[in-house]
Design a protein around this ligand. Structure first.
Ligand SMILES: C=CC1=C(C)c2cc3[nH]c(cc4nc(cc5[nH]c(cc1n2)c(C)c5CCC(=O)O)C(CCC(=O)O)=C4C)c(C)c3C=C
Ligand code: FES
Ligand code: FE2
Length: 385
């Protein structure tokens, strides 16, 4: 990759900032009234749910039919998703740390761009432009995915959306002055700070068991599943989730037996298993009633932890030994990890990971191709070589 940012300035005083730090995630409805819009955007996303030529007809139909059920789930977790609150908190706390440890790129300004809920990507982009990015020398922005493990259905979809709004709001040419220069943190599945934050939450929950039972508690890592069509297309997510799990177990010294299982499948097609709910059911049936569920592919709470795991899976297990590790949410260790991921990226001079340039073996999407060309190519625009 060509270099974007020169090595750190010797005197440590001159800044190349401001640097926009854009947290990308799917988002969630903050109130039950927003569930309809959230689902209609979600079912309109062909990168997540490809419905072919019928997308614009079937998408709204399915989302309308699903809305009451999902509204009830959000009502049951307090009336909305906490993801906006956590994303705004995590991004602004991370920027405070970055201002301290990376004065060369300061000030760091936090932004949030959600794929299916406010603040949407276009709202974030308009704010960036209002704040003066895209003027003068253009300025630098980092798209920082909040999915630690890359999937074309999650981070890929967010990048396709970002690329679309970049083209709409800043025109076609990617290399002139006056345009925002983007780089991407596209995955960080085994970052030591992320692993440490997960491991500490597991240890905390392990401490709640009587000492003689502790080493036999089964650790059940649970990640959102993927349709087998996406897995077979070559999506990297299952392997990256497994890498996170293995790194957390390594950090724990393989103190306990563990499994990785998959949750939240939707619709009738085949999805990657074993399913989390079946896994818990089977183990409990076998007499293994000390289990800790560990949400491993999402960094804050959402209906899949607060509703599906806490109120369905754990409730149905009907045993006090079945528990859940806390989500990362406001964990200071996690926020330090975010800052370290960003710091390393800002210093690396890379526009994205090497892995980002390679499409899935089964990818037929022109959008993926163009998006990848754009983000990989961003490094050439400010090449110092
Ligand atoms: C890493 C996390 C996630 C992956 C991978 C993922 C893939 C994926 N999801 C769907 C379909 C739906 N997902 C829905 C909600 C939802 N998805 C995730 C995370 C991942 N999805 C989260 C955290 C949430 C909940 C948001 C919140 O609580 O705030 C939904 C909507 C809910 C429902 O109708 O059941 C759908 C639909 C597909 C098809 C897919 C992979 C292709
Ligand atoms: S679907 Fe993976 S690169 Fe297009
Ligand atoms: Fe999902």
């Amino acid at each position: 990759m060509a270099t974007i940012v020169p090595p750190v300035t010797q005197d440590g005083t001159s800044s190349r900032g401001p640097t926009a730090m854009v947290f990308m995630n799917m988002g969630g409805p903050s109130t039950t009234d927003e569930v309809g819009d959230f689902l209609s955007r979600l079912f309109a996303d062909a990168d997540l749910i490809p419905l072919g030529r019928l997308q614009s007809y079937l998408g709204p139909l399915i989302s309308r039919r699903r809305t009451p059920k999902i509204q009830k789930q959000y009502a049951a977790i307090g009336g909305g998703s906490p993801i906006r609150k956590w994303s705004e908190y995590q991004s602004s706390e991370m920027c405070k740390i970055l201002d301290r440890i990376s004065p060369e790129t300061a000030p760091h300004k936090p932004y949030v761009a959600f794929r299916y809920a406010d603040p949407l990507t276009e709202e974030m982009y308009a704010r960036l432009l209002d704040d003066g990015f895209g003027k003068g020398k253009g300025g630098r922005a980092v798209a920082f995915t909040q999915y630690p493990q890359y999937s074309c259905s999650t981070t890929g979809s967010s990048l396709n959306e970002l690329w679309k709004w970049r083209m709409r709001l800043e025109g076609k040419g990617a290399h002139e002055d006056g345009k925002i220069m983007w780089s991407v943190i596209d995955r960080w599945p085994v970052h030591h700070g992320l692993v440490e934050a997960f491991a500490q939450n597991v240890e905390q929950q392990l401490e709640t068991y009587p000492v003689e039972r502790k080493k036999d508690v089964v650790l059940l890592f649970s990640a959102h599943s993927l349709p087998m069509s996406v897995v077979n297309r070559g999506d990297t997510y299952p392997a990256e989730v497994a890498a996170t799990v293995y790194a957390v177990m390594q950090r724990l010294g393989f103190s306990n037996p563990y499994r990785l299982c998959w949750q939240s499948q939707v619709g009738p097609s085949a999805w990657l298993g074993a399913q989390t709910s079946d896994t818990v059911g089977e183990y409990v049936k076998k007499g293994q009633t000390d289990l800790i569920l560990i949400p491993i592919a999402f960094t804050s709470d959402h209906i899949e932890t607060l509703y599906e795991l806490d109120q369905e899976v754990i409730h149905e297990a009907g045993h006090p030994g079945v528990k859940r590790a806390e989500s990362l949410n406001g964990s200071p260790v996690f926020i330090e990890a975010l800052a370290d991921v960003a710091f390393t990226h800002l210093r690396s001079g890379e526009s994205c990971s090497r892995q980002m340039g390679l499409r899935c073996q089964g990818c037929k999407s022109e959008k993926c191709l163009e998006q990848k060309k754009f983000f990989v190519g961003q490094s050439n625009s400010l090449s110092l070589r």
